[in-house]
Each structure stands twice: as C-alpha cells, then as structure tokens.
Design a protein around this ligand. Structure first.
Ligand code: PSV
Ligand code: MN
Length: 424
C-alpha cells in the first residue's frame, strides 16, 4: 500500500496548531535547536525483514491479518513506516528467511520507496529443508569440520546476496553453545569459531564490515560460545579492522550496565551498532522503550558523548537496527513505536548539557551530575521529534495517521486475514 504525501499532510493539519504551541514553549530551552533538528532529521533506524510478521513463542503463534507474504510485501510495509516517520529508510534481510531471488527488481522496488538495504544476517541456528548437515550441535564452532565448512559457505553466500543489494555489512549471530557441563571444550569451540570467522572475513569485500553479535543464553542454556561482549570483542580484535561487536539490548543478563559496555566499545572503535528492543526478563524482544526508557536514554547519552569524542557522524557511523518482534501487536504499529522511542531517547541525549556535566564530573559533584542527566531525561522532547518528522515530510503522530489511513484494514483486504510471514 502506498501512503501518499498529501494524505499525511492532510492528517497532520488538525494537530498542527497544538504542535506549534508545544514547540514554541520548548524551543527557547534547547540551545542548539537547529543542530538537534538536523541530527534528528538525519537519523534512521533499519527495519528487520523478520519483524513485519507477527512473532511467536515456543508455545505458539497467533498470526495477525495482512502479514506480508513475500519480500516484496515486506518492502512495501517498510515503505509505509518510512513514509510515516521518515526514519526507517532501510531494511535488514535475514537469509534464508528472505532471499532476494531477483536482486535488481528488489533493489528497484526498495528505491521506489526511498529504501536501501542495511546489514544482511546469516542464519546457522536453524536447519533448512534439504540441508545436508545439521546445526543441532552448533555451526561455526562445531566439532565436525564438514559442518563448519557448510556454515562458512552459507555466510559467504549471504555476503553475495548482500553485494547484489548494495549492503555493506554481514551480521553474524550464532546460537552455538552447550546445554550441559562437559558437553563442550570451551577453548576448542572458541578456536573453531575464530577460524571459521577468519574464512568468512577473508570473503568480505573491501568496503564491508562484519558485525559479531553476542548473547548469554538461549537456545543453549549452559554456555554460548559468543556469550558476551568480551568474547565478541576478542574475536573482533583477532579478526581485524572490519570486524566489530554488535550490541543487542536483549542479550544481557539482568541489570547489566549496557551503557558502560557501549562506552568502552566506542572508545576502542569496536562498536558495530545495535539491535534495539526492550525486555523485562531475558531476550523478550519487546517494543523499544516499553519497559526501561531510562536505560535507553543512558545508552544514547554514552553514544552521543562517545561518538562526538571520536568525531563520528551519529546517523551513519554505526549500525542502528531494531530487532524486536511482537506476538500480540500489529507489527507495523510496534515498529513505529520502537522507532519513536529511539528518536526520543536520542533527542534527550542530544540536549544533555555536556559542558556542565563534564564540570560536575571533574568536581565530583555527584548530585549535580545526576541532576544534569535527569534534566534532559525529564524534558518532554516529543515536540522536537514531531517537528523533525514534519520537516522531513512525515507524520506528526505516525501511529495516529497509520490508524486513520486504515493501513492494516487495507492490507487485510489485499493479502487476506490468514497470511504468515517468514521469520521466527
Ligand atoms: C538472536 O536472538 C537474534 O537477536 C539475532 O540477531 C537473530 O538474527 C535474531 O535474533 C533473530 O530473530
Ligand atoms: Mn539480535
């Protein structure tokens, strides 16, 4: 479904006066207003192709209506998101869930919607029909060289698909690990993983990156071979400058200080980027900002400070991606909410009084340092995010416009009420 610009403009109209009132009230308190606006307008988050369908759990799946039945339809859905919020201008593919059979036409369709392709993700955590060897006991870390070879070849094939689409990064997440003590020789598993990754790394084009994601548990419950940021960073350092560590917010044990991890990875030039989501217990894949928006702000606070310290461009120098999938919401609404939450946290981080914070830190003025951070966090920055969207041609309130346009109802008419998208 195409969302036409004039419809967005029309539906913005009734909200315009209230928006301008709120913006005029807030603007004098934002010293670098134009800079904040430029940053917000430039900021985009990649949409994962696997989040456009309804997610399931191991207990079942309740599919929603009008789910995309093909990669083309997923691109259409991302096009809707991009039209509404002007901050979702790319799509990240998971292979083989979404194989671009005809790269040229897929690329053209995406371009038509103002989209390009972000990182490509390999999948050696599931067995595919007709696959020769099983990944039951892992892939790149497997004790059997033949299994490792098969998994290496899959990753190289994924790079080839990515090259056709003009992607620039391979994102690797391994479920490799063990379920019981004694099952695995940790050193051997790590060495096998390193050697496998080295072969994949050798196949990366010059201008490509390899992003190494870590996760402490699930689907293995005793050990994961790339279980934390230390193990990922170790691999990235051994592999070379194209390899770095990808932080998925849901891949930490409870109460981990993720913002500190982010700060140090940035300092080392080894922060690949993010898979954003939120969680209460484990890798819950809930809507970004729905459980712990303060943590999200603290992460963005470190990102802005750390990226500025290295002279990096916020919008493009690391990978920003959502990795959430929900089982009871409309996936497009869920993604719109996630992007919105990310932009709010980013806006709050942009308005932190850095000079004052630095001075307070230097003086060990703990109270003042906390006040400064919370001053930014407690500022209602929604008018800033809405204004950035408006200036880029998006909706003041994307969810509201989405509902008024009856996008889901139209998709159900077009695609039916019992469609199932590929993914988890
Ligand atoms: C694993 O939990 C993960 O975070 C990886 O990024 C996978 O690619 C993705 O989820 C699959 O949903
Ligand atoms: Mn992830």
């Amino acid at each position: 479904m195409n969302v036409e610009q004039h419809r967005i403009d029309e539906l913005n109209q009734p909200e315009l006066a209230a928006h301008q009132r709120k913006l005029h009230f807030l603007a004098p308190d934002i010293p670098a207003f134009d800079k904040v606006m430029n940053n917000l307008q430039a900021f985009n988050v990649a949409i994962p192709s696997w989040a456009l369908g309804t997610g399931g759990t191991r207990f079942g799946r309740f599919s929603g209506g009008g789910e995309p039945r093909s990669l083309e339809e997923k691109i259409e859905d991302v096009g809707v998101i991009q039209a509404l919020n002007r901050s979702g201008n790319s799509i990240s593919l998971h292979i083989p869930w979404d194989i671009p059979e005809n790269a040229a036409s897929i690329k053209a369709l995406a371009a038509q919607k103002g989209l390009h392709f972000d990182a490509v993700n390999s999948n050696t955590f599931q067995d595919q029909p007709n696959q020769k060897l099983s990944y039951k006991f892992g892939s790149l870390h497997h004790v059997d060289k033949a299994v490792r070879k098969q998994a290496i070849e899959h990753n190289i094939e994924v790079i080839k698909y990515g090259v056709q689409l003009n992607s620039k990064a391979l994102s690797v997440w391994l479920s490799d690990g063990s379920n019981f003590p004694g099952q695995l020789n940790f050193r051997q598993a790590f060495q096998n993983t390193l050697e496998s990754l080295q072969e994949i790394y050798a196949a990366l084009p010059d201008d490509w990156k390899m992003w190494i994601e870590y996760k402490p548990f699930e689907p293995n419950f005793y050990s994961t071979t790339i279980g934390d940021w230390g193990q990922s960073l170790l691999l990235a350092n051994k592999l070379g400058s194209k390899a770095s560590t990808l932080v998925d917010l849901g891949h930490h044990l409870p109460n981990t200080n993720i913002e500190q991890i982010v700060s140090l990875l940035l300092m080392e030039g080894k922060l690949a980027g993010f898979h954003f989501n939120d969680s209460k217990y484990g890798d819950d894949d809930l809507t970004v900002g729905s459980i712990n928006p303060y943590q999200l702000f603290l992460i963005f606070n470190e990102l802005v400070e750390g990226m500025d310290a290295r002279g990096m461009t916020h919008a493009t120098d690391i990978g920003w991606m959502i990795d959430a999938s929900h089982n009871v919401k409309d996936p497009i609404e869920d993604l719109l909410q996630s992007v919105q939450a990310i932009k709010l946290a980013y806006a709050q981080a942009l308005i932190v009084d850095r000079k004052a914070l630095k001075a307070a830190q230097q003086e060990n003025d703990v109270t003042l340092a906390q006040e400064i951070l919370q001053q930014a966090y407690r500022t209602d920055v929604r008018p800033l995010v809405a204004e950035a969207s408006l200036r880029s041609g998006g909706a003041l309130n994307p969810i509201n416009v989405y509902r008024q346009l009856k996008v889901r109802e139209n998709l159900i008419k077009e695609r039916g009420s019992k469609t199932v998208a590929t993914g988890l």
